[in-house]
Design a protein around this ligand. Structure first.
Ligand code: HEM
Length: 200
């Protein structure tokens, strides 16, 4: 029988490189939107090649399909349940997030940069949704990895486990604070504001 679990594990190494760099770039927003733009431009040098982008999107879909094939929600409370629930949210998040990136970029012709995300945080009706959507996206990624590590290493010291949760909460909070304009005043371009207001 086909082994989805092995595919999920092997593919996570490839996807993991992108996600680590992607979140690293978003952390640059703690410094400034300009720092974020530099990081994004650096990453785009690689994935703006359609062949690399196709591999990336294929890897994302493989991760979702292979995770779905293995998904069981009727498991006892514990690390396995944390892993499965966070994986389920990640799948929903990744599909919605990448879908809206592509829609904005190719259908609405809006630049998908720092201000595109930050703009969603400044529209009243979207603000709480954007906070929850992105916050849970980042946090569930960390929760998923911590649960996988805890299952693979049952004797993991509780101090290390606690430290990993603290890092997860800090990275999530740093990204939310930067994009929501809490760390510095944001000058959202009029075009981005009009884009969101036309929808909501
Ligand atoms: C689990 C976490 C995340 C995953 C797996 C993820 C995945 C992706 C993927 C696959 C793309 C499309 C890349 C392409 O153009 O081919 C993308 C684009 C993008 N993501 Fe995320 N993302 C995550 C979290 C976030 C967060 C937290 C933010 C912002 C707060 C964000 C903002 C963006 C932006 C602005 C783009 C467009 C980049 C561009 O136009 O080059 N992402 N993301």
């Amino acid at each position: 029988m086909f082994n989805w679990e092995v595919l999920h594990r092997v593919n996570s190494a490839l996807l993991g490189v992108f996600i680590a760099a992607h979140l690293g770039v978003h952390l640059l927003a703690v410094h400034s939107p300009e720092a974020h733009a530099l990081g994004l431009a650096w990453m785009r040098r690689y994935y703006s090649d359609w062949r690399i982008e196709a591999v990336l999107i294929a890897s994302l879909l493989i991760q979702i399909v292979s995770g779905w094939a293995e998904l069981r929600l009727t498991v006892k409370p514990g690390w396995r349940l944390v892993r499965n629930l966070s994986g389920l949210y990640l799948a929903v998040f990744m599909l919605t997030h990448v879908g809206s990136v592509f829609h904005a970029r190719h259908v609405d012709q809006v630049p998908t940069d720092f201000y595109w995300v930050a703009g969603a945080f400044t529209v009243d009706i979207l603000r709480n949704y954007a906070m929850a959507f992105y916050g849970l996206g980042v946090f569930s990624l960390f929760a998923h990895m911590i649960a996988v590590a805890a299952l693979a290493w049952p004797g993991m010291p509780w101090r290390l486990n606690l430290a990993l949760w603290a890092v997860s909460a800090s990275v999530t909070a740093a990204i939310l604070l930067a994009f929501s304009g809490t760390l510095y005043a944001l000058a959202i371009p009029e075009t981005v504001r009009a884009y969101y207001e036309a929808y909501w």
